[in-house]
Design a protein around this ligand. Sequence first.
Ligand SMILES: [Zn+2]
Length: 365
Amino acid sequence: MVKIKDITQYLEQFAPLHYQESYDNSGLLTGDEDWQVKGVLLSLDCTEQVVEEAIETDSKLIISHHPIWFRSLKKLTGKSYVERTIIKAIKNDVAIYAIHTNLDNVKPGVNEKLAHKLGLKDLEILAPRSSNLMKLVTFCPKENTRQVLNTLHNAGAGAIGNYHDCAFIIEGKGTFRPNELADPYIGQANKLEKVTEERVEVIFPEHLQQRILESLLKAHPYEEVAYYFQELANIHQDVGSGMTGILKTSLSQKKFLQHLRNCLSTPCIKHSELSDKPVNKIGICGGAGSFLINHAIRSSCDAFVTSDLKYHDFFDANGKILLADVGHYESEVSTKDLLSDIITKKFPKFAVRLSKIDTNPIRYF
Ligand SMILES: [Zn+2]
């Protein structure tokens, strides 16, 4: 048995709730994070049938990619499938947790899983987010710098791509005069002190600011810690929408569409007009990705694979890119495997089930 929060907090290390889009509703939707559960049921969507499956398999926690509801609910009378699903879950003590756009927006997320399925390499975020990063500058007595830095790194500071424990350190002199009420680590009341200190700089994602500050104040030996935070305009290379990747070998556009059909087991692909241009660099976005068409063109992608494209979106291809709408469900269904991989790595003995229900509401004739 594990507590729900043990699992959700672990997932949020990969996909912090802070990274969800403003319209989203990721997080725990029903149930209590302190409930003990024997198993989890993973699903793309949460429907009444999925709740039934959870009850039958004694999985009192459902983790679904799409939240069962997005906006505030005013009534719970069972008139819509959303209301019925929620009522069923609450009546049967089934917790529902959604991990949606926060899992879309991180590198080891929905798009990376899709990229692996398509056999893409050299993966990069297609539209990285900016203004997600902050910098902490603080000043430590030289002998305490390592201990302070270790604590900051453990709290999540100083991770850049595949590099961890990154910091910049420069030596200088700090001066201060404690008064008679102070309890200084170094120095005496009313005497000007001059101490060899190190200026320490680390970057971190903004949602960790409180944790970083608490860690700094705990680890730093001074009674009054000198520090400041700075907002950065840098892009965050591991957070953002969509992804780009390279095919192992270039394909003709027709062969590429065939490749998509094989990899994604989709019976139908809507695509823009074909040309002779070979396909090598691919842009992808699991789920609805029309907002990224121009990003994909600007990133010199030969093709852009996504879903939910409208009639006029196909005009935007404009002979510059091959657009392929592979279906929303088909582009995201592997999210169940992704979540299973993440959870079983940390909780190998915990019962992780993939829902057997095909929740795709679209049928092809
Ligand atoms: Zn989706």
